[in-house]
Write a protein that binds this ligand. Structure first.
Ligand code: GLP
Length: 277
């Protein structure tokens, strides 16, 4: 009886053309309730699962627009994507990319620039076309104009389909550091001391670590159609706790991801230790 009533209701709605909208709203509601989790025992397993997810997205949409992170965490995922390209023919020929951020003052050929990182870990090893690679330039003469150019380029590409993020120990995403106020669009930023300290491991000496960067804003990130975030190790457990505990605060920029309707976290057990799933 109940079933019949529901069926009649939906048929009626279909007649008046409301069927699609009801289904759509239903889906959105479902997506909004919860962040999605893929938790692995080890860093290597997490990297493989994230790579498979990205590869499937590329296969589903060969001209996909990807947002890309740097840092130690995504290296395993990039390695697996390179293997999939070499051994399984994963095709990057139509893929477009926008990297999240760049150190201010470092040219693309500096061995600690993020552009150099991406070239060595991914771009030089797959068949991506140079003209499809986008970066904020760390040496633009007018960084403000450079940020504007970048936002416009993202729009011209049709927006970012899949943003891949790492996370800082203090909960930063891209280089959006904890602060009283966050910037929505791409902008210049002074790095937090904890970020400078964390990134010092990649430089020969501390004095060389850049103290400023140019980064997509939290709005640039939240406008992406889908977001995945990778985190591994105990040093990230508090940042992941703050990303998932239901509280949104600019003190932990990744917590704003809870406002997005399609976010999946790829974590290892250590990073997921405090998550209430
Ligand atoms: C840098 C990058 C971030 C990255 C973070 C974490 O600060 N700007 O995009 O997520 O490092 O790095 P790691 O993965 O090495 O911990």
């Amino acid at each position: 009886m109940e079933v019949n009533r529901k069926k009649r209701y939906y048929l009626k709605m279909k007649e008046v053309g409301l069927n699609w909208r009801i289904t759509r709203i239903g889906n959105l509601k479902k997506e909004r309730v919860k962040l999605k989790y893929v938790v692995s025992n080890t860093y290597d397993q997490m990297s493989l699962k994230a790579a498979k997810y990205v590869a499937d997205a590329i296969k589903a949409k060969p001209g996909i627009v990807l947002g890309l992170p740097t840092g130690g965490t995504p290296i395993g995922m990039y390695k697996e994507l390179v293997r999939m390209h070499k051994e399984e023919g994963l095709d990057f020929s139509q893929v477009k990319t926008f990297n999240l951020d760049e150190y201010l003052g470092l040219a693309g050929d500096h061995n600690q620039s993020y552009r150099y990182f991406m070239k060595s870990n991914l771009f030089s090893q797959v068949n991506i076309q140079e003209r499809n690679i986008n970066f904020l330039s760390g040496i633009a003469s007018d960084p403000i104009a450079e940020c504007k150019r970048y936002e416009e380029a993202i729009v011209a590409a049709g927006g970012i389909d899949l943003m891949i993020l790492g996370i800082g120990v203090n909960g930063h995403i891209g280089f959006n550091e904890p602060a009283k106020e966050l910037k929505a669009n791409s902008h210049l930023i002074d790095l937090a001391q904890s970020t400078i300290d964390a990134n010092a491991r990649f430089f020969d000496n501390k004095e060389e670590v850049p103290t400023r960067a140019i980064t997509m804003g939290v709005g640039s990130i939240l406008r992406c159609k889908e977001i995945i975030l990778l985190a591994s190790g105990k040093s990230k457990e508090d940042a992941i706790d703050g990303t998932t505990n239901g509280v949104v605060t600019t003190d932990l920029p990744a917590s704003l991801l809870q406002l997005h309707s399609d976010v999946t976290l790829f974590l290892d057990d250590e990073a997921a230790a405090k998550v209430d799933r």
